[in-house]
Design a protein around this ligand. Structure first.
Ligand code: SAH
Length: 284
């Protein structure tokens, strides 16, 4: 099969031409979170290079395409990253229609910017298809809104790893602790103890609510609610494994009322006013 068998209404859908690479965000896990542009890309690809965090179910939408796994588990990330970029360049130069399928959004903490830059530097034309990032969509699947008028006017997205894979000592945790009521951490599991301590030392209450969501949006999603001082111990006690998205701040408490997955399982919430501000939350 070379032609798309999904009809897209309208005639403005972009065409994936030979020699091009489209970097496509696959979303955090649930295949239904791919965008229509993402689907349009999958249907036209003749080769798909995908990451460890991409749902393999999505590949079933592109039965015509050759699929290449480019996951990085352990090893030397920078050397492998270079291999992936070189592979994409070779495929494009061979006149293939290349889709580079990346977890979440390609431009959020996933080196998509670097890959795209390398491609363009080698004369390969690209298109970017944004995706739903784990730090927003993954938390939404746990019933946590990253912004809520009663909670925060800003949100900070940080990575718990720096380029060397160590804790991000380059980050000004004191400024983040003071300046952002809600903090969303990618790749934060390994250093959660150090991060929690830095935030508490900077004045964040030890009792600040924390949610850890692993394999968010998939059928294996797990959610742990804890506090800043207990996070590291609780993660170890329960045995949670990455990938995890971590949310710190009062937004976590909104889960009491917004845990829609619990509702889907037949459980309506009992605490309808988790911040104790008095109902109703909104005048209607
Ligand atoms: N580009 C991706 C992020 C890549 S960095 C995005 O926009 O989502 C990889 C990190 O993202 C993981 O270590 C984890 O912190 C987070 N992550 C990605 N998918 C996730 C998922 N399904 N559940 C929890 N965390 C996830």
């Amino acid at each position: 099969m070379t032609e798309t068998d999904v009809t897209f209404p309208g005639d403005n859908w972009p065409i994936l031409d030979p020699g091009w690479v489209w970097l496509v965000g696959a979303g955090p896990g649930d295949p239904g979170l791919l965008t229509l542009h993402g689907m349009n890309a999958l249907r036209q690809a003749d080769v798909i290079v995908y990451d460890a965090l991409v749902s393999e179910e999505l590949l079933a939408w592109a039965p015509q395409a050759e699929v290449i796994y480019a996951g990085k588990r352990g090893g030397k990330p920078s050397a492998q990253q270079r291999d992936i970029s070189l592979r994409l360049i070779d495929l494009a130069r061979d006149g293939r229609k290349v889709v580079r399928l990346k977890g979440g959004d390609p431009f959020v903490f996933g080196r998509g910017g670097e890959e795209a830059q390398t491609l363009v530097q080698h004369g390969i034309p690209i298109r970017i298809v944004p995706g739903i990032t784990a730090g927003i969509g993954g938390l939404a699947y746990a019933g946590i809104p990253v912004t809520h008028r009663d909670v925060n006017q800003s949100v900070t997205f940080v990575t718990g790893h720096d380029q060397a894979g160590e804790a991000p000592d380059t980050l000004d945790w004191a400024a983040i602790a003071r300046g952002s009521h809600v903090i969303v951490i990618y790749m934060g599991m390994k250093h959660i103890g150090r991060i929690s301590k830095a935030l508490i030392d900077a004045g964040r209450p030890a009792s600040d609510p924390v949610a850890i969501v692993t394999t968010a949006t998939t059928t294996d999603q797990r959610v742990l609610e804890t506090t800043l001082d207990m996070a590291e111990k609780d993660i170890a006690r329960i045995g949670m494994e990455p990938p995890a998205i971590i949310c710190i701040g009062k937004a976590v408490q909104m889960r009491d009322v917004l845990d829609w997955q619990a509702m889907a399982a037949g459980q309506m919430p009992t605490n309808l006013d988790p911040l104790g501000r008095g109902l109703p939350a909104e005048q209607v």
